[in-house]
Design a protein around this ligand. Sequence first.
Ligand code: MTE
Ligand code: MO
Length: 343
Amino acid sequence: MLYTPHLTTRKIMPEMQEFPMLSLSSRITPEHLFYIRNHFPYPIIDMRTWGLQINGLVNRPLYLRYHDLLQMHQVSIPVTLECAGEKRALFVPKTRGEQWELGASSHAVWTGVRLMDILKAACILPNAMEVTFEGMDKGVRTDMQGIFTYMRSLPIKEALNPDLLIALYMNGKPLPFRHGYPARLIVPGWYGMASVKWLQRITIIDQPFKGPFQAVDYVYVNTAKPVETIRLNSTIAQPSDQQVLAKGEHLLLGTAISGDSPVLFVEVSFDNGMTWQPASWLDPHESYSWRRWCLKWTATNSGTYDISVRATDAAGNVQPEIADWNEKGYGYNAIQKIRVYVD
Ligand code: MTE
Ligand code: MO
């Protein structure tokens, strides 16, 4: 049977779709398979009037039109986006929020202007503490009165990291509308919520930003720590859980990532973690990219097989057996286990 890959729909409005994990034939996710996570309906953008405003604690407020941004120095960085709710459906007990399975993550090469260059051009004042990023999408929340826009902040030190981009292109083509056209922030190594789409305003402030997408959502409620960098994680993309396989040789394939220390190796176990064998890398190391691993496996006998995968990073951290449960279900990164049946 011919397999035609397509997104897995979690919600239509606001749109939420998963990348089909079986489509890992390339490291880069094609545009039509890139996961989508929106909090609100799509914004309406009029390119005749659109411009990116930079204001607040700056000596030189800026208003950059699309063609101004296109004319600035461009850089390209491969960055994997991963939703903080990735694998939320695996939490026991269940948590509230979108029940994402394995595919709330995708990979692209982003091209655009360094945020640092824009902030330097605006001349930030010495009392700057945080930088806020405001999207153009807005709507109501079920837990609060009023209309909110999607808005996030970064500490000034993080905002000046030269790897942060105001991206104008994804995989060499103008940013698709669903992924933030005309311009989106890309915060490499952080969970996806930081990478604000449909940017309209960047504001430098001298106090912590307390908007609901900063101080209510995207907080690990158990520790009160903000959700920031991507936790060490690995995923079995192929075979899928509960799959029935024929006897013979199979290719196990998946991804590994960390927003902190580089992933050193991935191991696979067929005996519930008693013994582990190393997987091989399909991709070279890149700072902010998922890295695909694979392992050839021959199923000689019919029966039930439990397969686990775990990643280890350069600092010696290993994925936990049990994920750190938190009320909103962020940062699931326990060792993944699947069961397959060999006929
Ligand atoms: N930016 C805006 N303006 N509105 C949003 O709803 N969602 C965030 C982030 N940026 C969001 C946003 C979240 S939670 C994630 S995981 C990523 O966008 C998803 O990016 P993608 O839809 O391009 O995959
Ligand atoms: Mo997300």
